[in-house]
Write a protein that binds this ligand. Sequence first.
Ligand code: PEP
Length: 257
Amino acid sequence: GRGRLPFIAGNWKMNLDHLQAVAFVQKLHWTLKDAKHEEGSVEVGVFPPFTDLRTVQTLIDADKIPFALGAQDLSQHDGGAYTGEVSGAFLKKLDCTYVIIGHSERRQYHAESDEIVADKVKAALRHGLVPVICVGETAEDLERFGASAVPVGQLQAALDGLSAGADVVVAYEPVWAIGSGQAATPEQAQEVCAKLRGVVAEKLGADAAARTRILYGGSVKAANIAAFMRQPDVDGALVGGASLVVDEFAAIIRYQK
Ligand code: PEP
C-alpha cells in the first residue's frame, strides 16, 4: 500500500541444493518473461540456503535476472571463532541485499531470543544488509494475548536502540499460519501490520514508518495473495512452501493480474 514498492520474498528454508537452485531460478525467470510480467512493478526476492548463494548470485548477475538475493540468517558476530556461523560481511560480498532475521523456526529450534534477534539486526545493518525481521504469535499466544501483543513486543525489542531512519523490512508471520494451510484473514493481517507500523514510527520515526515495507507471511498462495495486498499496511509477502513451486510463486508475483 501507499507508494511502497511491493515485495514478494521467497524463503526456501532448507530446500534446493545449488544445482536445483539454478534450474529453479532460470525457470521462474522465464515463466515471468513468458507471462510478460512487468519487471519493476514488484520487487522479487529469493532467500536460498547459504550454500546456494554464490551460485544464485552468479546466475542473476550473468543473466541480468531482476531478483534480489537474501540469506535466511546471519551471525550476530562479525568474524572469528564461531564454528559454523556466517558473517554479514560474507553475505554482503555475495551481493546479498537482504537477510531474514528471527524467523519463527530459528526462534523455536535454535532458541533465538529477542536479544539475539536484536543483535543480529544490528549486525545486518552494520554490514549494509537490510534485515527482514520476522515476528508473530503462536496459537497459544493468540489465545492468551490476542494477535498483536507478542509481535508488537518482538518488534519493539528488535528495533530497540537503532538509529532513526534505519532501513528494515518487517514480516508479520503468525506461527500458527506457517506451513499450516491456514492463513490469517486479510483483516487480521492488516490490524497487526498497522500496529507494527506504529512500532516502526515509535522506534525509527514517522518517515521510516511511511517507507518501511511490512510483509504478511503464513500460507500465502496465488489464491489469497491479492486479498492481502489490498490491505493498506500489507506491502508484500514472505512465502515459504509456495515459493518452491515455480508456477505458484510466479502467480503470486503476478497477483494484480
Ligand atoms: C515462512 O516460513 O516464512 C512461511 C510463510 O511459510 P509458508 O508460506 O509455507 O506458510
